[in-house]
Design a protein around this ligand. Structure first.
Ligand SMILES: [Fe+2]
Ligand SMILES: [Fe+2]
Length: 182
């Protein structure tokens, strides 16, 4: 498999998640209430899977290696745009998490804001993915020989393998803060 293979496969799961966001936004509009449990799960998906695992492979591996290549200006500026878009996604998911917490605490008038955040994410991600799939990944691949591509694929697999351990390590550490030291 080419190193962009896993990234494109991950895009397909993000697209399926986006369909769920749209469905929840519509359902929330009809029922005048939003599922906080679903939003908690969606926030976790976007933070752990879409951002840490997927954007992580893009930014911490592919983009870093591209910095050593003599890329043309158009690909360089696309890479800058993609990094800025990742920042936007992080901010937007953070706003969704904050709104959901307040909603759970009784601020039900945040429903409209939460729906508009869901709609913004649903509008944003397909555009971001299209830039990567159709205008960035494939031309970038030309700057890596076969050996470099094989090594990057292996680095992606190694990166993925750490994720589940990192996620639950952080989870335990977060709750340990309230405990006396053993
Ligand atoms: Fe991306
Ligand atoms: Fe991506």
């Amino acid at each position: 498999m080419k190193p962009i293979g896993p990234l494109m496969i991950e895009h397909r799961l993000i697209e399926r998640m986006i369909r769920l966001l749209k469905a929840e936004s519509e359902r929330a509009s009809n029922d005048d209430s939003i599922s906080s449990a679903f939003i908690d799960g969606a926030v976790d998906f976007f933070r752990t899977y879409a951002d840490r695992t997927h954007h992580g492979k893009e930014e911490d591996i592919l983009f870093i290696e591209l910095q050593d290549k003599d890329l043309p200006e158009d690909l360089k500026s696309t890479m800058d745009l993609l990094i800025e878009q990742h920042r936007y996604a992080r901010r937007t998911v953070g706003a969704l998490a904050d709104a959901n917490k307040a909603y759970q605490e009784g601020e039900t008038d945040l429903l409209k804001d939460m729906r508009s955040i869901l709609d913004n994410l649903a509008e944003f991600y397909p555009r971001h993915i299209e830039i990567e799939d159709k205008h960035f990944f494939i031309p970038c691949l030309d700057y890596f020989d076969q050996g470099e591509q094989d090594a990057m694929l292996q680095t992606f697999y190694d990166f993925d393998r750490k994720m589940i351990h990192e996620k639950y390590g952080i989870f335990v550490e977060t709750f340990e803060i309230d405990l006396p030291k053993p």
